[in-house]
Design a binder for this molecule. Structure first.
Ligand code: NAD
Length: 323
């Protein structure tokens, strides 16, 4: 039985990844600084550890015998644009410490295969309609936020350990990922969950606030697609960074309209000042397509699975407040 360590298993994507690895027959240890917020972890073992500390990385990676076959490093101090723009020091310090120690001790303890979750935030801002950017075009680098710079640095740490220490490293650059069991409130939520929450909260005929002018272009990847991509990439021969994302690019207003359609509610948008990030994104998926990955969910499919879950959280929250 293969053994996997999943870092950040108390979070959204890694929580889903644990389920996938269990369904593939792995023995899984999850590790995070907090428990999973929405469902008990399905990991065989779950350790509560602060991975900014070297000794905790060592402890998470230690088995009674032998080494983990695979390590998936998804732990990060992370959130949507609101968080990224206000927590630059936390991101630069906390996520960098996690990545420095995890990569080093994974190699030291003889882990043969290491996955790192990077982000398309490593790329520069783009103009709408610019040709797709390939992975190599992230350099020369000019990310618009510190989160992107930290990810680039962490990619390079992992690649240095592959080149100089022989640990196989697989790096995915995720597009925006959304789905059930993702952060939906509290300041760290990303646009799809935040908009689902706002729609779930308003009465028919009301208005929801949308940050910016609604024209920023993004693609949104449903979490099951992302998990398939992670698993396929980890077991492929693809070295270097690999973009994973839905090829469906939409404006923020189109995202909000899709949520409106799924919810069946009538409301208007009010564009307000807020952190938006880059104007446009458009990335090549040629590398991930080369190993047979394809996104299975279009935006409406994914929102149809996500909105009811967020709506349920909003209802439960209101009941708790009344209690
Ligand atoms: P998430 O915040 O739900 O998960 C990250 C987890 O890391 C959290 O559970 C958090 O508690 C944990 N963590 C933070 N600091 C820690 C510490 N010191 N010790 C141990 N655990 C710690 O975020 P997510 O959306 O599931 O993202 C997972 C990974 O994917 C992250 O590395 C993120 O940067 C990357 N990513 C996500 C997206 C997205 O759209 N969600 C896009 C690009 C990249």
């Amino acid at each position: 039985m293969k053994k996997a360590l999943v870092c950040g298993a108390g979070g959204f994507i890694a929580g889903h990844l644990v389920k996938k690895l269990k369904s593939e027959g792995y023995w899984v240890r999850g590790v995070d600084i907090k428990e999973h917020e929405f469902s008990p972890s399905q990991a065989d073992e779950f350790q509560l550890l602060d991975l900014r500390k070297a000794e905790n990385c060592l402890s998470a990676l230690t088995l009674p015998e032998g080494a983990f076959d695979e390590v998936y490093q998804l732990a990060a101090d992370m959130g949507g644009m609101g968080f990224i723009h206000s927590a630059e020091c936390e991101i630069m310090r906390n996520s960098a410490l996690i990545n420095i120690h995890m990569t080093h001790y994974a190699w030291k303890l003889g882990v043969p295969r290491y996955f790192f979750s990077s982000s398309v935030c490593v790329y520069r801002d783009m103009l709408p309609g610019e040709p797709e950017m390939t992975e190599a075009e992230a350099i020369p680098a000019n990310p618009d936020n510190e989160y992107g710079w930290e990810k680039l640095y962490a990619e390079r740490i992992a690649q240095a350990y592959e080149r100089n220490r022989g640990m196989k490293v697989r790096i995915a650059r995720f597009q925006n990922c959304y789905g059930p069991e993702g952060t939906w409130t509290g300041g760290r939520e990303k646009a799809p969950a935040a908009l689902c929450r706002k729609v779930a909260e308003i009465e028919d005929g009301g208005a929801i606030e949308v940050w910016g002018d609604g024209t920023a272009i993004r693609s949104y990847t449903y979490v099951d697609d992302m998990i398939d991509g992670i698993f396929m990439l980890m077991h492929s021969d693809l070295q270097g960074a690999v973009n994973i994302g839905s090829p469906q690019y939409v404006s923020v207003d189109e995202l909000a309209e899709t949520i409106a359609e799924v919810s069946g509610k009538n409301f208007t948008f009010k564009h307000v000042e807020g952190p938006v990030g880059v104007q446009s994104r458009n990335f090549s998926n040629v590398r991930i397509y080369s190993i047979g990955w394809k996104s299975r969910y279009d935006l409406k499919d994914g929102i149809s699975l996500t909105y009811p879950w967020v709506e349920q959280q909003v209802k439960q929250d209101r009941l708790t407040e009344i209690d």
